[in-house]
Design a protein around this ligand. Structure first.
Ligand SMILES: NC(=O)CC[C@H](N)C(=O)O
Length: 231
């Protein structure tokens, strides 16, 4: 598994996600947003969390127009894997890799806390190490994590099984109280139609070591690398 982690001006989780990928056995290349091409043999493009361009205009709106996003769209169109975490989810939506958009949290506050998530399906490249319906405990840290889309898109996401994760309580119940940002249907992450692009607001890369609070994030990187070994 060869992963290209993109750095935008203001990215701050690029090192964390590279560490999580390496821990799972991936080879990691760091790629600058202004580059036009991905390294030869890239299997996975990672759009990391952070505050690209200081969150000006709308989170991810400027980064979504970076040169490397042309190569990333071409990679996705060929069926290549793309993972957008938090600001990376916002960038993926702004770049047209995923439908819908992330807007200000319903309470208009930056939310930074532990959060339970329900894994909607485990037959994808990103979730095979989890059980279907498993409740995992991860971190969230965002100001614009409120996922919205038009009713037709929402019906398609639900109908085609493209919701990847939902916010839930410790028992796995999807409730308004367990929803930290007002996202439609408690959506915390979605897949593209081909399920080769995943965007999610929570940070699995920050829960990969028991020493810092938990390991429920590891499954995502083990799923990705388990499907394809480092060259
Ligand atoms: N942790 C992140 O990636 C934050 C994303 C974005 N800056 C927000 O606040 O919504």
């Amino acid at each position: 598994m060869r992963a290209a982690v993109i750095t935008f001006p203001g990215s701050n989780r690029n090192g964390d996600v590279a560490k999580a990928l390496r821990q799972a056995g991936a080879h990691v290349d760091h790629v600058w947003h202004g580059d036009h091409e991905l390294p030869a043999g890239t299997d996975l493009v990672v759009l990391p969390g952070g505050f690209s361009y200081g969150d000006y205009l709308r989170c991810g709106a400027i980064a979504g127009r970076a040169h490397i996003m042309d190569a990333t769209r071409a990679h996705a169109a060929r069926g290549g894997l793309v993972l957008g975490i938090c600001n990376g989810f916002q960038i993926a939506c702004e770049a047209g890799l995923l439908p819908g958009i992330l807007v200000r949290n319903a309470n208009l506050k930056f939310v930074c806390k532990r959060q339970h998530l329900k894994v909607e399906r485990n037959d994808t490249a990103f979730t095979s190490a989890y059980a279907k319906g498993q409740v995992i405990d991860v971190c969230i840290a965002h100001g614009e994590g409120n996922y919205i889309c038009d009713p037709e898109t929402l019906a398609r996401l639900e109908g085609e099984g493209l919701v990847a994760f939902r916010y839930c309580d410790a028992e796995g119940q999807i409730t308004a109280e367990a929803n930290p940002n007002g996202s439609l249907n408690g959506i915390a992450g979605i897949y593209s139609a081909g399920r080769n692009v995943l965007g999610l607001m929570p940070h699995p890369e920050n829960l990969i070591d028991g020493l810092v609070g938990g390991t429920d994030g590891r499954g995502m990187f083990e799923s990705l690398v388990g499907g394809k070994k480092a060259a």
